[in-house]
Structures are given as structure tokens and as C-alpha cells.
Design a protein around this ligand. Structure first.
Ligand SMILES: Cc1cc2nc3c(=O)[nH]c(=O)nc-3n(C[C@H](O)[C@H](O)[C@H](O)COP(=O)(O)OP(=O)(O)OC[C@H]3O[C@@H](n4cnc5c(N)ncnc54)[C@H](O)[C@@H]3O)c2cc1C
Length: 423
């Protein structure tokens, strides 16, 4: 009987101890969870605070250091990246510090080429992150004649940069501009996509993310033919190695025999939305892309089919834009909402019906084989300015520099009603 009482007592004591231990453990883990969530909230607030402070510094420096019109720059160095891509480090000739820029923006160059009557204006994306006040960097691909027209002259500006421009030479450059950039105040996960030389603006975005210390989840898809075209390979590998938030995905569409999967590249395929479906945990990202027209058309269409909202898809074309957002921008839709609009091109003698989905006056002219010179296609460089003979325009977004009265920047202008242009 005493044994039974003893056993019952021990069992009771054990149960009591287990209960006390469980209570203790629960309090401990609740305490730990509470401490972790306070720490997490603290980190989140600190990141937000840092971003707000960085934005304030950006606005202040931009105001103090930016310039209007053309500024003289000296080629500080010229560094070959591949057989047909070269980086140019550009230092302001006046020695004053440079204003910051938004990653993804570009520089506009006015080139006085030896055998050209008029200056040639071209845009090149900044290929490094902001925050280096001594120099800017652009990376330029030498453009050959089109495959089906081998007898026409090769690209004017790119061949001048590669063949004739040297260290110490002077260039005229406009301040960084463009509306295709990554908002550095946000922490939204991003997918950066570069095709060929279109890697330059997204490379700037990647460098901006890592140099700011942001832990923003970042996927970087880079599509190219093979290792011979692989720009800044070691740099990209280093960035991915040192930043666990960066996921590098290199896609070779035609790997050479010597190119090694897992070492040089990750996928023997083109960058595609099917690949995103395989690799990304979900479609819930902001997408930024730049590349050749068919590349961007297939990706923008694929993302729309995959259910990615239009507002999360951002792209830039280096030439005529073939990829278009699903709906026309609000200003265009508003302009096209009334009666049919006729656009007359006085020099070409064409009168054509314009509707909102035809896009800007520049896109509309190009689609109808009417030549208008263009540069940035973002309302910044002023190359596509055309005199308005009658009628009015509205802008798809605020121009970088307003054109003279009576003219319009055709790359971002849509007609308000019937209009006649001097083109
Ligand atoms: C916002 C923006 C950013 C950019 N960023 C970069 C960048 O970072 N890096 C980069 O390398 N590029 C970039 N570009 C592209 C760059 O601006 C130029 O368009 C590119 O270098 C070609 O210019 P080019 O003067 O060398 O060629 P162009 O002289 O404009 O010639 C273009 C093509 O037309 C061909 N051609 C010439 N004459 C004829 C003819 N009679 N008939 C048919 N074809 C003809 C040429 O052979 C060539 O293939 C960017 C463009 C934009 C708009």
C-alpha cells in the first residue's frame, strides 16, 4: 500500500514538474518570439528610415549638382568588356562632383562626328550604380550593318566610340534622365531582366541594390548567346556570392562547346516566362527589363498571361518600342476618347487616322514609315522635336525639358485633336 502511495506521489511530482517545465518553456518561447518580432520591426523601420534619408540626400545633391544643357566630359578610361562591347568611364571636365542618378537612367550624348554635317545625338544607359561622384560609366555595343544590308554604313555613334574615341577625348553630355528606373525607397522583391546589351540599365539597378546594403529579394536574369558576349562576368558572380538576396540566372541561348553549365551559365535556353515559372517561387514581383524587341514582346506578353499586373511590368527599348503595355496610357486614352483624330505629316504629305492604341506620335509615324529622328524615346533628349503647324498635343508624362512653344517631343506626345506636324 505504501509503495502504491509512493509511486502515485512520484508520478504526481513528475507530472507537476513536466507542467511547470512546459509553462516555463512556453513563457520562454513567447518571450523569444516577442523579442524577435520587436527586433524584426526595428530592422524594418531602420531600413525604411535609411531609405527616406537616402532619398532626401538624393534630392538635395541632385538640386545642387545637376546641370542644364551640355556639359563637357573627358574619357577617363576605355575598357573592353567583350570583343564588341566597351565600357567608357567619363569624368566631368570642370572637376566638380557629379549629381546622383536613379538606377536605370541614361546619358544623352551630342557627338560631332568628322564626316557628319549635323551633330549626332544618342543615348546610353548608365551601367554602374549611382553614388560614385567622380565618374559615370556607360557600356556600348558596336553596331554592325544589318545582316540583310551588309553594304550600308555601320552604326555611326557606336563605331565612333569604339574606333575613334580615346582616353582624354572630350564629349558633350546632358544630365542623366529617363523614366525607366528602380525606386530605391521601396523594398519590393524585383526581377531584373537583361537581354544582350540591354543588360546595362538592369546592371545599374543590381549594383544600386547591393551598394545600398538593401536586402531586397533580387532575381537577375541575363540572356545572351554564349560566354563571348558575357559582360562583367566576374563582377556578377562576386555580387551573387556576397549577397544572399541576389539570385543570378545566366541563360546562354547557344553555348559554345567550351562553355560550362553551372560554371559559366545556368540555363541553355532563352530568358522566358516558362523559365520564370520554373525558377521563381511565385509571380509576385516587380519586373524591370531591357533587351531586343522580340525578347521584350515575348516576355511582356507571357507575364500578362501569367497574371502579372501591368503596373508591375517596366521596360525600356533601345530602339523603336515593339513591346506595348496592355492598355493605352491614360493621357492617350483620354486624347483618343472623342471623335476620330487625323494626324497630317506635312512634308510626307500623309494624313492618317490616329487612335489611342497607336501610341505616341513618334510610334505612329514610324508605324506608317514616316521618318522622325529619335534618341531616348522618353522625352529627355530632345532629338524627336517637331514643329506643330496646327493643333495641340498632350504628353504621356512630363517632358524632361519642355520644347519651345509651337513644337512637341513626338516620342511622348499624343494629339488632342486633329493636328498637322512639320514632318
Ligand atoms: C534610352 C536608351 C538607352 C540606350 N543604352 C544603350 C547602352 O547602354 N548601350 C548600347 O550599346 N546602346 C544603347 N542604346 C542604343 C544607342 O542609343 C544607339 O541606338 C546604338 O548605339 C546605335 O547607334 P549608332 O549611331 O551606332 O547606329 P545608327 O547610326 O543609328 O545605325 C543603326 C543601324 O542602322 C544601320 N543603317 C545605317 N544606314 C542605313 C540605311 N541606309 N539603311 C538601313 N540601315 C542602315 C546601321 O548599319 C546600324 O545597323 C540605348 C538607346 C536608348 C534609346
Amino acid at each position: 500500500m505504501t509503495d502504491v502511495i509512493n509511486y502515485a506521489g512520484v508520478a504526481f511530482l513528475l507530472a507537476l514538474m513536466a507542467y511547470v517545465l512546459a509553462l516555463f518553456y512556453r513563457t520562454l518561447s513567447q518571450d523569444r518570439i516577442a523579442r524577435e518580432s520587436v527586433a524584426m520591426e526595428g530592422r524594418r523601420l531602420r531600413t525604411q528610415m535609411d531609405a527616406i534619408m537616402a532619398e532626401r540626400r538624393f534630392v538635395r545633391d541632385l538640386k545642387e549638382l545637376s546641370w542644364n544643357g551640355w556639359r563637357k566630359f573627358e574619357v577617363a578610361s576605355k575598357v573592353p568588356e567583350t570583343s564588341d562591347i566597351c565600357s567608357f568611364y567619363l569624368r566631368p571636365h570642370d572637376g566638380r562632383p557629379l549629381p546622383p542618378f536613379q538606377p536605370g537612367q541614361f546619358l544623352t550624348f551630342q557627338l560631332h562626328l568628322p564626316d557628319q554635317r549635323k551633330p549626332v545625338v544618342r543615348c546610353y544607359s548608365l551601367s554602374d550604380g549611382p553614388g560614385i561622384p567622380e565618374h559615370y560609366r556607360v557600356s556600348i555595343k558596336r553596331v554592325p550593318p544589318p545582316r540583310d544590308k551588309p553594304d550600308v554604313p555601320p552604326g555611326l555613334a557606336s563605331n565612333y566610340f569604339h574606333g575613334q574615341l580615346n582616353q582624354g577625348d572630350i564629349l558633350d553630355i546632358k544630365a542623366p534622365g529617363g523614366a525607366f528606373y528602380l525606386d530605391m525607397t521601396k523594398q519590393t522583391p524585383v526581377v531584373l531582366i537583361g537581354g544582350g546589351i540591354g543588360v546595362t540599365p538592369v546592371l545599374s539597378m543590381l549594383n544600386a541594390i547591393v551598394s545600398s546594403g538593401s536586402k531586397r529579394e533580387t532575381w537577375f536574369f541575363y540572356g545572351l548567346r554564349n560566354k563571348t558576349e558575357h559582360v562583367l562576368k566576374e563582377h556578377l558572380e562576386q555580387v551573387a556570392k556576397e549577397n544572399e538576396n541576389v539570385h543570378l540566372q545566366i541563360c546562354y541561348s547557344k553555348p559554345d562547346d567550351g562553355d560550362i553549365k553551372g560554371e559559366d551559365y545556368d540555363h541553355a535556353a532563352r530568358v522566358s516566362v516558362d523559365l520564370f515559372k520554373e525558377v521563381l517561387p511565385s509571380n509576385n514581383y516587380e519586373y524591370y527589363m531591357c533587351g531586343p524587341p522580340p525578347f521584350m514582346t515575348s516576355i511582356t506578353e507571357g507575364l500578362a498571361e501569367w497574371g502579372v499586373p501591368d503596373r508591375d511590368v517596366n521596360f525600356e527599348a533601345f530602339g523603336p518600342a515593339s513591346a506595348k503595355k496592355a492598355g493605352p496610357p491614360a493621357a492617350a486614352a483620354e486624347a483618343g476618347a472623342g471623335a476620330a483624330i487625323t494626324v497630317s505629316f506635312a512634308k510626307s504629305g500623309a494624313s492618317l487616322a490616329w487612335s489611342a492604341d497607336a501610341g505616341s506620335l513618334l510610334d505612329f509615324a514610324e508605324d506608317n514609315d514616316i521618318q522622325i529622328e529619335s534618341g531616348c524615346r522618353a522625352g529627355s533628349c530632345g532629338t524627336c522635336v517637331i514643329a506643330i503647324m496646327s493643333g495641340e498635343v498632350t504628353y504621356l508624362h512630363e517632358p524632361g525639358e519642355a520644347p519651345d512653344a509651337g513644337s512637341c517631343l513626338t516620342c511622348i506626345a499624343v494629339p488632342k485633336g486633329d493636328i498637322s506636324l512639320d514632318a
